[in-house]
Design a protein around this ligand. Structure first.
Ligand code: C2O
Ligand code: CU
Length: 479
């Protein structure tokens, strides 16, 4: 993607006053991101402001385990699907065809686009096997996003249907080579084939299915090359259906600069990064002079059930240090200025995540209602609708009344977190997904701009969504 782009070591100096003569240019090592490179998709449209692509969901043979071909579900034949990359303000046209054995849709996770293009089953009919649908929208925000099915999604995403979408900002203040690192996991049988998506039945739904194979861009422990002192910008996406990602670079702090929807207001230095399913982070990784020649980015037990970390750390990415260094950059601060929020006329909404038993079967609920399956049958449409009005600002209080964490996701409208259990959120950032820890209450503020329609919100442990922790918000024009 950006391999070979030259950055100069003078960059950090030049951002502050008194720029000296430019120093030796230093670039990332040759083929630094080759092992994690994602397939590029052909842009069918000559207009530089339009990205027009064919996207085909189909079964495909992919190598996950060494020497084994695994039949997975793919976009355009690969896991993850191709990287779609465009710039803010561009129009994107996706000619989507379903060659899967079952119905699907494509949801554009985190994009603030019109409701009819959101790809959830609340706004479009299923794309049946053999059928096509054209998605056509304009990209309003820069940031790191992704796409995935919104039908039977726990199985479909778990089988490999997910892909990244990067929106560049023409005025991006961070001139650093970047790479997309899309995390997921996969459940494979002994002979390396896909485990059934409904494996272990209700318990699988209730606890959320985690596959043993930890994947970065579809690979087990891929390599990445770096130089001492030369920063890299990692765009990390957690595409796992249930697994939380906790990662650490031993001996090196990560500087988080970006969130779900673009840059944060101020950078945040982290010992380890925690991303719940569907969250994204952009981090600056600068190998310190003390870095060994080869070491690994580690996956750590994220302790999702609050029982303590019991699994030992596992290598996730093999880092290979290449001789010859760069100079660390000085980050602009602020990275971005977010508009002030006026809460004086904000409406208040309370959302409670819970559980209930119907006919001896446990379901997960939102405000006491369980959603009638992602396929949207029965109950879903009979439920009282959550209703909001265009132009309104609302504060949402999301109460987790269960004993497990739930990553809460709202379609279509980015929000800003105010506090978690009364503790002010440490940074200003725009989110579309956030973990609400067991028993805690999270508050955020959201403004409904002029995009009326039906917008889903749900737990992004996709098994939990399947068990009913999902609802629809209707955003209407005020009468
Ligand atoms: Cu990423 Cu409704 O989902
Ligand atoms: Cu959940």
């Amino acid at each position: 993607m950006t391999a070979g782009r030259i950055i100069t070591v003078a960059l950090g100096v030049c951002l502050s006053a008194g720029c000296e003569a430019p120093a030796e240019p230093v670039s990332q090592p040759e083929a630094w991101d080759q092992d994690v490179a994602l397939p590029l998709v052909e842009d069918l449209n000559p207009d530089p402001n339009v990205l027009e692509v064919n996207l085909d969901a189909r079964l495909g043979m992919v190598q996950i385990k060494p020497g084994v071909q695994t039949e997975t579900w793919t976009y355009n034949g690969s896991v993850p699907g191709p990287l779609l990359r465009a710039k803010r303000g561009d129009r994107v046209i996706v000619h989507f065809t379903n060659h899967l054995p079952e119905a699907t849709t494509v949801h554009w996770h985190g994009l603030q686009i019109t409701a009819d293009m959101d790809g959830s089953n609340a706004v479009q009919s299923p794309v049946m096997p053999g059928a096509s649908f054209t998605y056509d929208f304009v990209l309003p925000d820069a940031g790191t996003f992704w796409y995935h099915p919104h039908m039977n999604s726990s199985s479909q995403v778990g089988y490999g249907l997910y892909g990244p979408l990067v929106v560049d900002d023409p005025a991006d203040p961070l001139a650093v080579d970047d790479v997309v690192l899309m995390f997921s996991d996969m459940s494979l049988t002994k002979d390396g084939q896909l485990q059934a998506g409904d494996e272990s039945g209700w318990f699988g739904d209730y606890f959320g299915r985690e596959g043993a194979a930890l994947l970065i861009n579809g690979k087990l422990k891929p390599g990445l090359k770096a130089r001492v002192g030369l920063p890299q910008r990692w765009r990390i996406i957690n595409a796992a259906r249930a697994r939380f990602l906790k990662m650490k670079v031993p001996g090196t702090p990560l500087v988080r600069v970006g969130s779900d929807v673009g840059l944060m207001e101020h950078p945040q230095t982290l010992d380890s990064l925690l991303l719940a399913p569907s969250e994204r982070a952009e981090v600056i990784f600068t190998p310190p002079a003390s870095a060994a020649e080869g070491f690994a980015v580690m996956y750590q037990d994220p302790n999702r059930f609050g029982i303590g970390a019991i699994h030992p750390d596992e290598p996730l990415i093999n880092l290979q240090m290449v001789k010859g260094g760069g100079a660390p950059m000085k980050l602009p601060n602020p990275l971005r200025v977010l508009p002030a929020r006026d809460l004086t006329n904000a409406h208040h909404r309370r959302i409670e995540l819970g559980e209930k038993v119907i006919d001896g079967v446990g379901y997960l609920t939102i405000n006491g209602q369980t959603f009638g399956g992602e396929e949207g049958h029965h109950e879903a449409h009979a439920e009282p609708m959550h209703l909001a009005y265009v132009g309104d600002t609302e504060t949402w209080e999301v109460v987790n009344g269960t004993k497990y964490d739930h990553p809460f996701h709202l379609h279509g409208f980015a929000f800003e977190i105010l506090d978690l259990d009364g503790k002010p959120w440490p940074v200003r950032e725009l989110k579309d997904s956030v973990n609400v820890p067991a028993g805690e209450t999270l508050r955020f503020v959201v403004t409904f701009d002029d995009r009326p329609g039906m917008w889903m919100f749900h737990c992004h442990i996709l098994d939990h969504a399947q068990l009913g922790m999902m609802a629809v918000l209707q955003v209407r024009k005020r009468p």
